[in-house]
Design a protein around this ligand. Structure first.
Ligand code: PLP
Length: 389
């Protein structure tokens, strides 16, 4: 089976992890700050905090922004559940902003309209989380403008977008946001097995997130509220968690970061080749702006569900050895969110996209021969899945 995503692990990656295993520190040694330095160097952000998943990074980002009970967090339905769940984990209420047809990212028009209504009702969001779907950035300048106008904080969920660029700046530079979050899960762009990071340019936010990822404890004397008892002294200044990344993982991440640009270039080359190979097939590919560089985590296509039975196409692809996937089941239709009062029909663009969505294999080691196989299989599968009109 050709998978939809797969990590690339080199001999150097293996050696770097083994070296840590034989060293003094399996966790909280020198590799974590080295990995963080690689992240700030690659993005231009001032601070990077490595943690054990993107979900953890989103959680400490929300906590650092003091999201809590009575507050509101908005994100998109076309995302992984974690983007919304972190709001609930902070005790806040969650709502959604529909996506644009074509690039399937947060719609600025929908956001603006929802903000106007929310302002009139006195119920504005405290935090908005745009998600760079498939690696293609949302319109961050427009979202950043609205953030200033309406006074909300912005966390970019860039789980798909490490190595991508928005206009002149790398994603993660936080030019139009407060915090940007990356994921290092194996299907994403670079991996630490499990892992994530929160990036920002604000020293105070960085300090707070640093404490939150490790029990709310600090060893930085400048942050002590009490007189230090001695050289062993540490102080818990907030309520935090254990969200730390290990040195084993960070060593892998450091090695992977050296290939970040090569990974993204390879993904973009494969995407351009898919674009050409699919040109005569009845599927839509994601609209990507020429002002941006997608990190191309996914290669999603959309078939009109009135013309094709997506389930038939999905199963035909799998039976031909092509591991397609579907991103994403709209979050507001999940049982947990329906129990909170959401339901089908509320975010029609995300739902329309979902009904025809299919993610084709996309990862650096995908060969051109495999890609030809995927496209040939898609051609046959669409024939099988065409609904009688
Ligand atoms: C993968 C993903 C996450 C969660 O990442 P983890 O590192 O697995 O916690 C969050 N948001 C989006 C959009 C993702 O794709």
């Amino acid at each position: 089976m050709i998978p939809y995503g797969r990590q690339n692990i080199s001999d150097e990656d293996v050696a770097a992890v083994v070296e840590v295993l034989r060293s003094d520190f399996l966790t909280q040694g020198p590799a974590v700050p080295r990995f963080e330095a690689a992240l700030t160097a690659a993005t231009g952000a001032e601070h990077a905090l490595a943690v054990n998943s993107a979900t953890s990074a989103l959680h400490i980002a929300c906590l650092a922004l003091e999201l809590g009970p009575g507050d509101l967090l908005w994100t998109v339905p076309n995302t992984f559940v974690a983007s919304a769940n972190v709001g609930r984990l902070c005790g806040a209420d969650v709502d959604f902003v529909d996506v644009d047809r074509g690039n399937w990212n947060m719609s600025v028009a929908a956001l603006q309209e929802k903000l106007q209504t929310a302002a009139a009702a006195g119920r504005l969001p405290k935090v908005v989380i745009p998600v760079h779907f498939g690696g293609e950035s949302c319109d961050m300048a427009a979202i950043g403008e609205l953030a200033k106008q309406y006074g909300f904080a912005v966390i970019e969920d860039a789980s798909h977008a490490v190595g991508g660029r928005y206009r002149e700046q790398m994603i993660g530079a936080c030019q139009h946001s407060d915090i940007t979050v990356f994921s290092f899960h194996p299907v994403k762009i670079v991996t630490t097995a499990e892992g994530g990071a929160a990036l920002c340019n604000d020293t105070d936010l960085a300090r707070r997130m640093e404490a939150l990822r490790s029990h709310g404890v600090t060893r930085d004397a400048q942050q002590f509220q009490q007189q230090a008892h001695g050289p062993w002294y540490y102080e818990q200044v907030a309520l935090g968690l254990n969200y730390r990344l290990t040195d084993l993982q960070a060593a892998l991440g450091c090695q992977q970061m050296e290939r970040l640009d090569a990974f993204v270039e390879r993904r973009l080359a494969l995407a351009a080749r898919y674009d050409a190979l699919l040109a005569d097939l009845p599927v839509q590919v994601q609209l990507r702006s020429v002002e941006q560089r997608s990190a191309q985590h996914l290669y999603p296509v959309w078939m009109n569900p009135e013309q094709f039975d997506r389930t038939v196409v999905f199963e035909a692809m799998r039976s031909q050895g092509v591991g397609v996937n579907v991103h994403y089941i709209p979050v507001h239709t999940q049982t947990y969110y329906r129990q909170l009062g959401f339901d089908w029909g509320q975010f029609p663009e995300a739902e329309r996209y979902y009904r025809g969505a299919l993610s084709l294999p996309m990862f650096p080691d995908l060969t051109e021969a495999q890609q030809d196989e995927v496209v040939a299989a898609l051609r046959r599968s669409l024939d099988q899945g065409r609904v009688a009109s």
